[in-house]
Design a protein around this ligand. Structure first.
Ligand code: CAA
Length: 471
């Protein structure tokens, strides 16, 4: 397989220190609201039915900008690159902090101060299409290299988000927060993207959106899962059709074409729902293995499709194929929760860290993004040999360890969680003529990190976000 050389050179993830423990504190507090008869019943639904064990939470001094800056700082420090070699710093987010100013400009300013290196020739856009924003940023970065226009060594794309739903709503257990930074280069050590394999699908949908005045999303949960499945499938089919057009793929079965798949993971079970669309065709294409999966009904209703896909997921042949093609990508999602635009790349980091290098080196992986409202981009990349060594210093296992096991993450109570959930930039007592900013008291004082320390209060900077590195 010939790998054209532009792709992902390094991946650094930043997850806030605070988390809510789902099967204990969350389930004990919410089981009646969620229609369950006991804590144990809700705990089982959240951990087994949805796939979440811990939900990461931002402290009062953290926001999408500080998380993005922390992820990019780790990327720069661990790779040892010069910030002045970065010519494109894109932020993908759906938790934008400003209606006008790019979050990437804030991140750039923080990094310039921290590293004491001006980055004035760097482009710094913000990309938004729900959870697919960073994938759009990644495609732009790849194309900058391919076009020959780019004069710098590196591009950085950072996905950063805080996933928030209403308290006591069905989506509440699928919240989370975090940022994932990707270093893009013309000599990538992790993944090299193939050319002319991008598939896309966009539909004007109402599945999930957040009007300007709301802090939490308006979501039709069950419908959103159906839109996800249909839109990702359409983009996947286009990407497969483009792979088939390549002379080097002639005569290959679908199972040879698609050995590994990494999807956007709003919650781990969603990836299994998606797999029940992808895997049956892949398995049936492999004549060397008899496929005994249930056969789909003729002219099915939506309900019959759902039941059929559920019976597929329960089948041992499906479960074996799922372990082989997708399961490694889901390990960290259950430890972090949904991080919207970063979830696909958290899944990619998980795939690279959990898979056996002998099983994936030199193999194709399809990256399937999804953004509500709704869009999907699917693209194909080849895992580079030696990737595991290059990625080892970015290991997430240690970053995600909790204090009780000697790590950095702290479990918070439901009262503390509800306090943080209720924080806003603007205080409720503000009036049409006078904006007051909310007092934000951190649960854990910031240490060796970037912090939101306030808002400009003068006429010429009113509402500007003020960030500082706290030693
Ligand atoms: N033990 C084990 N499993 C249990 C259980 C128990 N006690 N009780 C229920 N379950 C299982 C159910 O059987 C179900 O599994 P199957 O689908 O295999 O049958 C699973 O747990 C989930 O149960 P429900 O469907 O009843 O869950 P729900 O209605 O409470 O909510 C949800 C699920 C709709 C996804 C909700 O969490 C939600 O609204 N989430 C936010 C929206 C979202 O993430 N949508 C995803 C697509 S949109 C997207 O991807 C963009 C994005 O990032 C948001």
């Amino acid at each position: 397989m010939v790998a054209p050389h532009v792709g992902i050179d390094a991946i650094a993830t930043h997850v806030p220190k605070l988390f809510v423990d789902m099967p204990t504190d969350f389930a004990a507090s919410r089981f009646l609201d969620m229609g369950c008869s006991s804590r144990e019943q809700l705990a089982s639904k959240i951990t087994n039915g949805i796939g979440i064990r811990k939900m990461s939470m931002t402290d009062a001094h953290e926001d999408p900008v500080t998380m993005a800056a922390m992820a990019v700082r780790a990327l720069i420090e661990k790779t040892g690159i010069d910030p002045q070699d970065i010519g494109f710093l894109a932020v993908g987010t759906e938790s934008g902090v400003d209606q006008s100013k790019s979050a990437a400009a804030y991140v750039l300013g923080i990094l310039e101060n921290y590293f004491d290196r001006p980055m004035r020739n760097c482009m710094a856009p913000q990309y938004q299409f729900a959870c697919a924003g960073a994938m759009y940023g990644l495609e732009s970065a790849l194309n900058l290299f391919r076009s020959g226009e780019f004069s710098k060594k590196y591009a950085v794309v950072v996905a950063t988000d805080i996933a928030r739903y209403e308290l006591k709503s069905p989506g509440e257990s699928t919240q989370g927060a975090g940022a994932v930074a990707l270093l893009i280069s013309g000599n990538p050590r992790l993944l090299a993207f193939e050319s002319r394999t991008l598939g896309s699908c966009t539909r004007d949908e109402r599945d999930f959106f957040r009007p300007n005045w709301r802090k939490t999303a308006v979501v039709d949960g069950k419908y959103s899962t159906q839109v996800y499945l249909d839109v990702v499938q359409a983009a996947y089919e286009q990407s497969i059709a483009r792979l088939r057009e390549k002379p080097e793929n002639e005569g290959k079965t679908l199972s040879e074409l698609v050995p590994h798949i990494v999807c956007h993971v709003p919650f781990p079970k969603m990836a299994e729902y998606m797999a029940s669309r992808f895997l049956p065709d892949i398995l049936r294409s492999d004549a060397s293995m008899p496929c005994d999966l249930p056969v789909p009904p003729k002219n099915p209703t939506t309900e019959q499709i759902r039941e059929h896909e559920k019976s597929v997921r329960a089948h041992p042949t499906f479960q074996r194929a799922f372990q082989r093609t997708m399961a490694d990508s889901l390990h960290f999602a259950g430890e972090v929760g949904n991080i919207y635009s970063g979830s696909l790349f958290l899944a990619l980091a998980s795939f690279l860290e959990q898979a056996n290098p002998a099983d994936i080196e030199g193999k194709r992986v399809l990256l399937c993004s999804y953004g509500s409202g709704a869009t999907a981009l699917v693209n194909s990349a080849i895992v580079q040999s030696g990737y595991a060594e290059a990625h080892a210093k970015f290991s997430l296992e240690e970053h995600l360890r909790s204090e009780t096991k000697g790590g950095r993450r702290r479990q918070i109570t439901m009262n503390e969680y509800e306090y943080l959930h209720g924080l806003q930039d603007v205080a409720p007592e503000s009036t049409a003529t006078q904006t007051k900013f909310m007092t934000r008291k951190s649960l854990v004082a910031p240490h060796d990190e970037f912090a939101l320390v306030g808002f400009g209060e003068q006429d010429n900077n009113h509402g500007l976000r003020l960030y500082k590195y706290i030693r």
